[in-house]
Design a protein around this ligand. Structure first.
Ligand code: FES
Ligand code: FES
Length: 495
């Protein structure tokens, strides 16, 4: 890994730093210069959240090494609003309400700026074309396009500058275009999401995940990884002092896998180290011995006699059966003029929020374990966390950071438990930021359903009977409800 002395301009400032040549420009801007308005949504050149200008050309900074930026002039979203005054485009985004979660918005503002710099008279079709490299999961794009048109018309003098002013609400807010109070920080990139937050002395967490869909864990040996310089703490199921399980309705998801892994991507161990690279390298030094078990990938196969049993507590692999019965359905079918039967299937749905999961955990001076994360269910998470840590609830604080899109997918507690354990064990603040791949592999999905529908109707159209049998696959992930008593105490630390 070769170092170079990097010399480049960033938002009009000359920067000289030593850096590794292969470092991504995105990481350099975020980690070295704290320009966190440039976001990472995908890390693969697909979403546009990392858009910056390089010598005036719009580029995706996740695809560019610092070596390629050598000697160039970089402009980030922080460089647009001079002395804190929003550009016309930023004001237009604010005016039209073109930001919801806001995670895509700095990249959108950059792309829109590029569009109008490229053609100040761009029509709607061209605006759409020029913003085609940027994804927004929340707004439906319409308000964003309207913002760009509005900015174009104000810049060209077709509309007066007052068109950017807030709407007069009159007597009522009903039907009015009410401005979001957090829009300025979203359009300037100033809003800090969990992955943007830092603390002094902070460690970085990386997670070892299962490569197998179903296996028994025979051994987890962390000794070699623990000996590596820069590694401060490694947590496994042995560090869970309380209930090793969480969930929304059933506490069936282990904080870190214990006896079994049940899906590819299940977390087994987490390493807290001085930097993400050291933490990632340490994962390779953790030795896990598995006994491979047959997997099961279809809910109907899972319910067949003799299918691999995934959870000892549910030998038929059925988590929950919820019957709702009323009346005499067979009589209704017998009296029907027409009986229709059909099977419908829905697919699993990945929420694909643009902000990957992230969190920051620390133990404060009063011994309160604190986790900052974009949780959509903060009170529930606090209650569950207290059980995991075997602490009274007043020793646990969950702080909700801005949610960069959730769509229900951030209701589940996924990584907060291991973050808290790592902060307790290391005695230092710890941050975890998922990659897009982790976000897809290791979080819950909208359940896929198979619904068999039988309906009996009379000739006049009246429904006489219906039998609906729905089978939902549990979040695409396979867990065992387990509650084990105190297995290991994190260094005997009292919090
Ligand atoms: S395009 Fe760079 S983070 Fe998505
Ligand atoms: S506002 Fe665009 S992703 Fe949320």
């Amino acid at each position: 890994m070769s170092d170079l002395v990097l010399s480049l301009g960033v938002n009009g400032r000359k920067i000289e730093r030593r850096a590794q040549a292969h470092m991504r420009l995105l990481d350099f801007l975020r980690d070295e210069l704290d320009l966190t308005g440039t976001k990472e949504g995908c890390g693969a050149g697909e979403c546009g959240t990392c858009s910056v200008f390089v010598d005036g050309v719009l580029m995706k900074s996740c695809l560019m090494t610092v070596a390629r930026a050598q000697g160039k002039s970089i402009e980030t979203v922080e460089g647009l609003a001079k002395q804190g005054e929003l550009t016309i485009l930023q004001q237009a985004f604010h005016r039209t309400g073109a930001s919801q979660c806001g995670y895509c918005i700095p990249g959108m503002v950059m792309a829109a700026t590029a569009a109008l710099r490229g053609n100040p008279h761009a029509d709607m079709e061209e605006i759409k074309e020029r913003l085609g490299g940027n994804i927004c999961r929340c707004t439906g794009y319409q308000k964003i396009f309207e913002a760009v048109e509005l900015a174009r018309d104000v810049m060209n003098g077709t509309l007066p500058a007052t068109a950017l002013d807030p709407e007069a609400y009159g007597q009522s807010f009903v039907g009015a275009n009410v401005r979001r109070i957090d829009a300025p920080s979203k359009v300037t990139g100033a809003l800090k999401y969990a992955g943007d937050m830092t603390m002094p002395n902070m460690l970085h967490l990386q997670v070892l995940r299962s490569p197998h869909p179903h296996a028994r864990i025979l051994e987890i040996d962390t000794s070699e990884a623990e000996a590596m310089p820069g590694v401060e703490a490694i947590v496994t199921h042995r560090d869970v002092p309380g209930v090793d399980g969480f969930g929304v309705f059933v506490y069936d998801q282990p904080v870190l896998a214990c006896a079994y892994v049940r899906y590819v991507g299940e977390a087994i161990a987490a390493v807290a180290a001085e930097d993400p690279v050291t933490a990632k390298n340490a994962l390779e030094k953790i030795n896990v011995r598995y006994e491979l078990l047959p997997g099961v990938f279809d809910p109907f196969e899972a319910m067949e006699p003799g299918a691999p049993v995934l959870h000892n507590s549910t030998p038929d692999n059925v988590l929950m059966h919820v019957p709702i019965r009323t009346g005499d359905v067979e009589k209704g079918f017998a009296e029907s003029d027409l009986v229709i039967e059909e099977t419908f299937r829905t697919q699993a749905v990945e929420h694909a929020y643009l902000e990957p999961e992230a969190g920051l955990a620390y133990v404060d001076a009063d011994g309160v374990v604190t986790v900052v994360s974009p949780s959509q269910n903060i009170t529930h998470h606090r209650k569950v966390m207290a059980k995991i840590l075997a602490l009274p609830i007043n020793k646990v604080r969950m702080i909700m950071s801005p949610v960069g899109g959730g769509f229900g997918g951030k209701e589940d507690m996924t990584y907060q438990g291991m973050l808290a354990l790592a902060a307790i064990k290391s005695g230092r603040p710890v941050r975890l930021v998922f990659t897009r791949e982790e976000s897809i592999a290791a979080t819950a999905k909208r359940h896929p359903f198979t619904i068999r529908h039988k309906m009996g109707l009379r000739r006049d159209g009246k429904i006489l009977a219906a039998r609906i049998h729905g089978v939902a696959q549990r979040c695409l992930r396979l867990f065992e409800p387990r509650r084990h008593a105190k297995i290991g105490d994190p260094r005997g630390r009292t919090v």
